[in-house]
Design a binder for this molecule. Sequence first.
Ligand code: AQP
Length: 332
Amino acid sequence: MLGEQKVSYSGVQPSGNLTIGNYLGAIRNFSEYSEQYKTFYCVVDQHAITVRQVPAELRRRTYETLALYMACGLDPEKNTLYVQSMVHEHAELAWILNCFTMFGELSRMTQFKDKSARHSDNINAGLFTYPALMAADILLYQTDVVPVGSDQKQHVELCRDIAERFNQIHPGTFTIPEPIISKHGMRIMSLADPTKKMSKSDENANAVVYILDDRDTIIRKFKRAVTDSGSEIRYAPDKPGVSNLMTIYSCFTGKTMEEIEREFDGRGYGDFKLAVGEVTADALAPVQERYHALLIDKAALEEQMKKGAEEASRCARRTLYKVKKKLGFVQL
Ligand code: AQP
């Protein structure tokens, strides 16, 4: 809580073109909180450098991610939208929280294991301590809820443990945040391998539907999506490919799995995949239109970055001051 207001916080890394996984699992749900919560949505560029980035691309994607936030319905008048590296309090609190985070805890993080396997030539300390920076992001704003996809639940749980540990030694410092995982869209899987999460850094572009893919590309990717043996449209553990497509269809149409099963009863995979492609393209078209209009005005985006960073810093400063005081740091 910040004063009397509950707080919602989340972020997205500008580490690639955003996918419908990022959209359905996270960004689309952010605006639900805009009316009743004080909301902070961050472009987490400092997290992105735990994996090597091409500087010009990171810079470009930072603008693009901010524009996408707005195109997905986040009104900058109602939400604080900002870039992580512009608010130095994140890095400062992260160092402090590193000293309250255990080596064993970090070693158990699934994302660390996955990413160190994928980037075996660059298993840097930042990749390992990523959750301490994420805890700093969240705790700086006295956050109540963190809307994320299910892959990030483990990190939010570690953030709660870090906050509780700190509060035990220094009572009343941090609000303990809750992860909010939306029922559907919690985990959108790869179209090429439905046992793997859809990821923006996947090397196979056909496995991933990007928010900015054009209509023909979206339909083509869904047509090629891996399905399962048999031909029925049924939501079941032995049908991971079809179940993933049903989840996407359900997210975009609001239909339940039973309704979808009835709608496609007796129809084959071909019809179903085309329908998934069409509803996805229809839903993304207005987002894409708004995005392109926003992206051409770079000065307006920079103005927004500045305004967002000032507001975020104003709130973050208060928590950091309190933390430093409790730790015994001299503050003049
Ligand atoms: N496939 C997904 N299904 C549901 N939610 C997802 N999210 C990501 N992929 C899916 C959610 O999107 C938010 C932002 O994610 P991130 O940018 O912090 O990084 P990530 O979770 O590591 O996402 P990616 O796409 O897999 O990025 P890379 O490839 O760079 O590692 C989070 O709330 C996440 O849960």
